[in-house]
Design a protein around this ligand. Structure first.
Ligand code: TXA
Ligand code: MG
Length: 345
């Protein structure tokens, strides 16, 4: 049975609710518990416990060659499992922690290979969500936490998404309401002289470059032909039940694509924005935000993708977005959800 602790009016980090204590106790006892972060819900387990880490992989159905991010509530914890902190890493940590940035650093030998999937580096982040921070400070252990979805599904941005995927498979869910950023943290490999973005996310390339100068982007993010440096980026991801295609063109072109699917007898879902929500005739039209503010799109993207599962559609047609700022992360996730299927005018 999966417990649900509602703490969504939680604002003060210092008020430790009894619910947080209960969740922390379960984590100390090698159990796995989901909790909100400012990006998406994470499925936490004690990173120093092989038993807990095994439970994370089992609950998600996650391939064991995909390493986990270790979450900490206190920078001092870093030194217990990281071999060294290059100066550029130090700078981005100071600038963006707590926040949606994961750094890849050289790991110490004693970190379990189960967490890092046998790599000699480790991914670490300090989330800024008050509930996540309170829980991490309470347990005072490094907590491994992948997104709390079944492997392959869109990441959860609401507690009920976690329940839909993992109820009965995990010990509990701390419900802190909607997460915020809505797409996962930026993963930055700091083991190279020029750091490399392995996964675009809540912190943009520009924001990083303002602090440490030039930052590269993993070439695999620019095409689907290259092998990604981050193991997780090679898997099909973020997918709703129905296939998804991205359409890049005018509203008339977009409608002609919808009509083409309808002519094949398909029920068509449309993923659009407030600017175009009245422009299309389809079986289900879902608005994920405003094109003029891509933060709103990032924030509602996964919820929108999940909501098509209740619409009984055969195909989902999505608008395309600019890759500026957080648009980089939005398009990266949409392209993965679509298996890189884009129809250009
Ligand atoms: O926002 C987030 O980062 C969320 C919340 C819960 O914190 N977590 C998250 O974890 O997205 P997950 O497991 O879904 O994604 C972790 C990504 C994967 O693509 C994984 O391959 C990559 O980080 N990763 C982990 N350790 C790595 C390493 N040592 N080298 C390269 N990539 C690594
Ligand atoms: Mg994930």
């Amino acid at each position: 049975e999966t417990k649900l602790w509602v703490v969504d009016n939680f604002t003060n980090e210092k008020d430790i609710y009894p619910q947080i204590e209960e969740a922390a106790d379960l984590l100390r006892n090698h159990e796995v518990v989901a909790f909100p972060t400012e990006t998406v819900y994470g499925l936490g387990g004690d990173a120093t416990s092989d038993k807990a880490v095994d439970k994370i992989f089992a609950a998600k159905g996650r391939p064991s060659d995909n390493p986990l991010i270790v979450h900490i509530g206190d920078k001092e914890q870093l030194h217990t499992f990281v071999e060294s902190i290059p100066s550029k890493a130090e700078k981005v940590i100071d600038a963006f922690w707590p926040g949606p940035l994961t750094v890849i650093l050289p790991k110490k030998d004693r970190v379990s290979d189960k967490v890092t999937a046998g790599l000699n580096s480790i991914a670490v982040r300090m989330p800024s969500h008050p509930v996540a921070l309170a829980l991490l400070k309470k347990v005072a252990l490094p907590i491994a936490a992948p997104s709390a979805n079944l492997s392959g599904k869109p990441s959860p941005t609401l507690a009920h998404h976690v329940m839909n995927d993992l109820e009965g498979r995990i010990s509990g869910v701390v419900d802190g309401g909607a997460t915020g950023v809505g797409v996962e943290s930026t993963v930055l490999d700091c083991t190279e002289e020029i750091p490399i973005i392995l996964r675009p996310g809540g912190i943009t390339q520009k924001e990083l470059e303002n602090v440490i100068g030039p930052v590269k982007v993993d070439r695999a993010l620019l095409s689907d032909k290259e092998a990604p440096k981050s193991p997780g980026m090679k898997y099909t991801h973020y997918a709703p039940d129905a296939p998804l295609v991205i359409v890049d063109g005018s509203s008339d072109f977009f409608q002609s694509i919808i009509d083409g699917y309808k002519d094949q007898g398909k029920r068509v879902g449309v993923l659009t924005t407030s600017e175009h929500e009245d422009a299309y005739k389809a079986d289900a039209v879902i608005t994920c935000g405003s094109r003029s503010n891509l933060e709103t799109v990032a924030s509602h993207l996964y919820e929108s993708l999940r909501s098509f599962n209740e619409c009984d559609v055969d195909i989902i047609v999505s608008e395309s977005f600019s890759e500026e700022g957080v648009g980089h992360a939005v398009m990266n996730r949409l392209m993965k959800a679509a298996g890189h299927h884009v129809i250009k005018q």
